[in-house]
Write a protein that binds this ligand. Structure first.
Ligand SMILES: [Zn+2]
Length: 234
């Protein structure tokens, strides 16, 4: 994305005292508060309207959080007026700016590394905006923190399987969770929150379950002949 405007206009936290370890949790907490304010609307375009974000059509996808009278999001015509992850990503940028954390990240890391951190945080927020907290809570009540819950989330939200996996694994920043998707003998997606999987993305692992210690609480669901969802929760 591209955008203009001063990133230093909303300093909320003093750089000298803020621990960047808290960044992902603080941002996700802020996103969840905005979702509650907007009635947990999962539809991207309706969420933008509920938050009084103006959405317009343009040549590129970007946002202007400081635009008056309300923040402005510009998207290419094919992303306009429907529910999609490009719009969610740009909304996440506005939310990060609103939170005051954006200027903080740039002060801490400098413009180059800072924008990499900002892009990652906004990309992570997409899964949270696609699957609001009540939908997540319903899936966990039905299925626990499990592979079955990932499938349930995917069906309920229409998100991709990897989005549903990341949403479940990263929901609670201090929980111990990890998950993976396979395609044939290969690992096609991983998500890790305070647990390290015994294999990595794109590794060849024909039998993922035998890599875990026998006491690990791992659940799996076979998707079809060549795919598996796995969730490890302690
Ligand atoms: Zn971006």
């Amino acid at each position: 994305m591209t955008r203009t405007g001063s990133p230093h206009s909303r300093p909320v936290i003093k750089s000298s005292t803020y621990d960047p370890e808290h960044l992902p949790a603080d941002f996700i907490g802020y996103v969840k508060a905005l979702q509650a304010h907007a009635g947990h609307e999962p539809h991207a375009y309706r969420l933008a309207r509920a938050l009084q974000l103006r959405v317009r059509v343009g040549l590129h996808n970007y946002c202007l959080p400081e635009a008056q009278p309300d923040p402005l999001i510009v998207v290419q015509p094919w992303y306009f007026a429907w529910s999609n992850d490009v719009l969610r990503h740009e909304m996440a940028h506005v939310m990060l700016w609103w939170s005051g954390l954006e200027s903080h990240i740039l002060a801490l890391y400098g413009p180059e590394a800072g924008w990499t951190v900002i892009e990652r945080l906004c990309q992570q927020a997409v899964a949270f905006l696609h699957i609001p907290p009540p939908m997540l809570q319903d899936a966990v009540q039905r299925h626990g923190v499990s592979a079955q819950a990932v499938l349930h989330l995917q069906k309920q939200s229409g998100a991709s399987l990897s989005t549903a996996l990341r949403r479940l694994i990263y929901d609670t920043p201090d929980a111990q969770r990890a998950g993976f998707l396979t395609s044939g003998a290969y690992i096609r997606a991983v998500a890790q929150c305070n647990l390290i999987l015994p294999f990595g993305w794109l590794d060849r692992v024909p039998e993922p379950l035998i890599r875990f210690p026998t006491t690990s609480r791992v659940t799996t669901v076979r998707l079809h002949a060549r795919g598996l969802v796995g969730v490890w929760a302690e």
